[in-house]
Design a protein around this ligand. Structure first.
Ligand code: 5GP
Ligand code: ZN
Length: 113
């Protein structure tokens, strides 16, 4: 198994895990670009959005709802935050295991394009 996120999910590699259930695991990004930067990762290895199937629809919805819950816990729900899924080379995806970035704690329009 060469995927770093699969290694984190199975406990082989360390991470600051904030949430886990049957479908997803959430942990802090190792190189945060904002005060809150959490990755919500599917427990099952899926390369990217390009590999999603119709039966994954509720899984993707679940990722968004977990992000909402973690944003509230981090105290950034009211101020707002970004949810980003980078996909493929042009999308800037560097880890080939689908993940949702939860980024907040600062005013995003001054920090990111
Ligand atoms: P991408 O560029 O694929 O959308 O995002 C990958 C993210 O994973 C990057 O923000 C990067 O900092 C983070 N990352 C890469 N390797 C590790 C790791 O080993 N542990 C953690 N916690 N985050 C990682
Ligand atoms: Zn993986």
């Amino acid at each position: 198994m060469s995927c770093i996120f699969c290694k984190i999910i199975c406990g082989e590699s360390p991470a600051q895990i904030l949430f886990r259930d049957d479908l997803v695991t959430a942990f802090r990004d190792i190189h945060p670009i904002a005060p809150t930067h959490i990755l919500i990762v599917t427990n099952r290895h899926i390369d990217s959005v390009n590999e999603l199937e119709p039966e994954d629809e509720s899984l993707v919805g679940h990722m968004a709802l977990v992000a909402k819950q973690l944003a509230a816990q981090a105290g950034i729900a009211e101020d707002g935050y970004r949810l980003i899924i980078n996909t493929g080379v042009h999308g800037g995806q560097t880890v080939i295991h689908i993940h949702l970035h939860l980024i907040g704690g600062w005013l995003a329009r001054f920090a990111l394009k």
